[in-house]
Design a protein around this ligand. Structure first.
Ligand SMILES: Nc1ncnc2c1ncn2[C@@H]1O[C@H](COP(=O)(O)OP(=O)(O)OP(=O)(O)O)[C@@H](O)[C@H]1O
Ligand SMILES: [Mg+2]
Length: 315
């Protein structure tokens, strides 16, 4: 079986001379949920644009289920559904017409049963006769997904599906993506949110300044890079770490500030690491060390970038 998507040596230099993508290689298998994680301007939308044929690559090629997306454009494009980053819809159109029209664009025969299934799955069936302008922001976003699914694509691109969306809708969206996968659709999404990638993806690609600097199974990535940190302000400064504490916790994870007034404890998020904070607090209490205040922080995408980039420049 062909991979659903093969991206080979893809580069893009815009007319302005700006190089937005640098020799990107990526293979995605059918049924995967792949998250492309990267900061603003990293090249995510450019990459999606090239795959979908709205942006022309400078070098390299894209093959969708065995179809070259330039020499065999129609066959390749038909397999793709795109939910764009920008919300642009015809406000006066009805939900049903918008979805039916999107399907028609691909020259597919009408299939009301499929459209009904899609609208029901997206909780838009009751709104099918509504004009788009009467929908809430979240419904409009779901409509974009319905449009992208109207022609029964095998691969769905979601460009920042949950930017500016409330927590509840974000969770609905995650659930929806999982359900889609069960129907055999491959999903590629872009996001700034590490939590989103963590919740949904099987594999994560990190893109920075046009380079795909890492592609990894999610569990591996979170294991390697996901860290939490607790900082404790002590009631009395310590001259050194109490021996029991230093033994119980590995020295590398726990550190005393130079003036002895603060302890920092760094641990892996998830996978049992969280429980060890309780143990630390108990051993501090047992050693008679009082705590004035504490803060916790979780590694952010930015931290992960910083550590990736520094690893790379050290290599
Ligand atoms: N048509 C264009 N002409 C020139 N430069 C462009 C064009 N489109 C995008 N760029 C530049 O290419 C870079 C990548 O843009 P792109 O939209 O792919 O980033 P992104 O990762 O999707 O960012 P965001 O998270 O903000 O959506 C940016 O520096 C952007 O300014
Ligand atoms: Mg973008």
């Amino acid at each position: 079986m062909h991979p659903i998507l093969e991206i080979q040596d893809l580069s893009k230099t815009y007319a302005s001379g700006f190089q937005a993508l640098k020799r990107v290689n990526l293979t995605v298998q059918p049924g995967e949920i792949f998250a492309l994680l990267g900061p603003n301007g990293a090249g995510k939308t450019t990459l999606i644009g090239i795959v979908c044929g709205t942006v022309r690559a400078s070098t390299g090629r894209v093959v969708v289920a065995g179809h070259d997306n330039v020499s065999d454009y129609r066959a390749a494009r038909e397999l793709i559904g795109l939910v764009p980053q920008e919300l642009t819809t015809d406000a006066f159109e009805t939900v049903w017409n918008a979805v039916a029209f999107s399907r028609g664009l691909f020259g597919k025969a009408a299939n009301p049963a499929h459209l009904e299934k899609v609208l029901r799955a997206l909780s838009l069936w009751d709104k099918r006769s509504n004009k788009i302008l009467t929908l809430s922001g979240g419904m409009k976003r779901r409509l974009l997904i319905a449009k992208a699914l109207s022609h029964e694509p095998r691969i769905l691109f979601l460009d920042e599906p949950t930017a500016g969306v409330d927590v509840e809708l974000r969770r609905d969206m995650w659930q929806l993506v999982r359900e889609l996968r069960e129907t055999g659709v491959t999903v590629i999404l872009t996001t700034h949110y590490i939590e989103e990638a963590e919740q949904m993806a099987d594999r994560i690609g990190v893109i920075s300044k046009g380079e795909l600097i890492l592609v990894e199974e999610k569990t591996e990535l979170m294991h390697k890079l996901g860290r939490k940190q607790v900082t404790l302000q002590l009631q009395q400064p310590l001259a050194q770490l109490p021996p029991g504490l230093a033994d119980a916790q590995s020295q590398a994870q726990i550190a005393l500030s130079p003036d002895g007034s603060e302890l920092t404890y760094t641990y892996e998020s998830g996978a049992g690491g969280d429980g060890s904070v309780g143990a630390l607090l108990q051993s501090l209490a047992a050693a008679g060390i009082g705590i004035r205040d504490l803060q916790t922080r979780q590694s952010t995408l930015e931290d992960i970038f910083v550590s990736l980039v520094s690893e790379r420049s050290a290599a």
